[in-house]
Structures are given as structure tokens and as C-alpha cells.
Write a protein that binds this ligand. Structure first.
Ligand code: IMP
Ligand code: MG
Length: 188
């Protein structure tokens, strides 16, 4: 899927495929430098983090293991309440492991702060976070990030894993969703 396939659904392209690729290259080099010969388990948060995980991990030169979790935060619509339920747990025992959580976006921070505490409580040696995007609201629940791609404005974005109603995840770039897309949905 590309920009030509979504008509007027997008207001603008916020981050191009090239910008994302370059940033992931930088972060992968930092991960190689920071972890060196240490063990490393990458934990992707389904479904949104799938493209970030695939592209980032292929730029890392050291050995890593990859596992996935799916979580859902209780709350109505776009507001999450901070109560998180595990829909799919890890196959891996994280006890004594260096864990790096891979996420697409940090918004309120509630999901990631819960996840970090949860993995720490399982006896992980270290738990750090990489997220491609961060929104301004993230300041409300301070979450310490080890790696950040881009700070973005407080707009609803789709593509590169991010969805609106489970659509647009397979766009290779990040775009701002046009207002008429969710306004027509609300009227329907
Ligand atoms: P929070 O940090 O706990 O508020 O949760 C962040 C989650 O909300 C992300 O993993 C996304 O699934 C979703 N999210 C937040 N902002 C956006 C957006 O602009 N587009 C698509 N999904 C978003
Ligand atoms: Mg997500």
C-alpha cells in the first residue's frame, strides 16, 4: 500500500520511509554499541510494533532473540485507563535476561509503564524501551526511554504499524489522518 492507494485519507506524510529507515539505522548502531556481547531479547508489542521490529532487528549486527506480547488497555475509545490485560504472553522466560521493549508509539505512556513493571517483576536483568514515536502527552506518565525515533505533534497518525480501525498498518510511512475520515465515521 502506498500514498496513491489511500486517496484523500491522509492530510500529510509526517515521516517518509527514508526518514524512518535512517533513524532505525542510527538506533540499531546504538543498540550494537550499548549491548555489545551481552544477551538481548527484543520484545515487540503486537500489532503496531511489527514493522519497527522487522526493520530495526535486521539492522542490528549482534545476535538477538525476538518475542512478542499483545496487550489491551481498558478504557473507552482513545483514552486508556492504565489497566492492562495480557492477550498474548511471551513464550520466553525473561528471568535474568536483558529485555528491550519495541513499540510503535508512546502516547499517555500508561501501557509501556505497566509493561516495564510487569517484565521487571518477572526477574529480568534489565528492561529498557525503544519507541519509534512519542507524543507530547507522554509527559503525564514519565516513562524512561532508552531509544526514541521521533517526537511528533499531538495528531492522530497512521501507517508503519499504526492503525485507525485496524486499517493503514501496511503503509510504509507515517501520515496524519485527515479529519474527514474519523468525522464521517462518527456520523455513520
Ligand atoms: P498509551 O501510551 O498507553 O496511551 O498507548 C499507546 C497506544 O495507543 C499505542 O500503542 C497505539 O496503539 C495507540 N495510539 C496512540 N496514539 C496513536 C495514533 O496517533 N495513531 C494510532 N494509534 C495510536
Ligand atoms: Mg500499539
Amino acid at each position: 500500500m502506498d500514498v496513491n492507494d489511500v486517496g484523500t485519507d491522509l492530510e500529510k506524510v509526517l515521516l517518509t520511509e527514508q526518514q524512518i529507515n535512517d533513524k532505525l539505522e542510527e538506533i540499531a548502531a546504538q543498540i550494537d554499541a550499548d549491548y555489545g556481547d551481552e544477551d538481548l531479547l527484543l520484545v515487540g508489542v503486537l500489532k503496531g510494533a511489527a514493522p519497527v521490529m522487522v526493520d530495526l532487528s535486521r539492522k542490528i549486527h549482534k545476535h538477538v532473540e525476538i518475542d512478542w506480547m499483545a496487550v489491551s488497555s481498558y478504557g473507552s475509545g482513545t483514552k486508556s485507563s492504565g489497566v492492562v490485560r495480557i492477550l498474548k504472553d511471551l513464550d520466553t522466560d525473561v528471568h535474568g535476561r536483558n529485555v528491550l521493549i519495541i513499540e510503535d508509539i508512546l502516547d499517555s505512556g500508561l501501557t509501556l509503564s505497566w509493561l516495564k513493571d510487569n517484565l521487571q517483576a518477572r526477574g529480568a536483568k534489565s528492561v529498557e524501551i525503544m519507541t519509534l514515536l512519542r507524543k507530547p502527552d507522554a509527559v503525564k506518565v514519565p516513562v524512561e526511554l532508552k531509544y526514541l525515533g521521533y517526537d511528533i505533534p499531538n495528531e492522530f497518525v497512521v501507517g508503519y504499524g499504526l492503525d485507525y480501525g485496524d486499517k493503514y498498518r501496511h503503509l510504509p510511512f507515517v501520515g496524519t489522518l485527515a479529519r474527514h475520515v474519523y468525522e464521517s465515521e462518527e456520523e455513520a
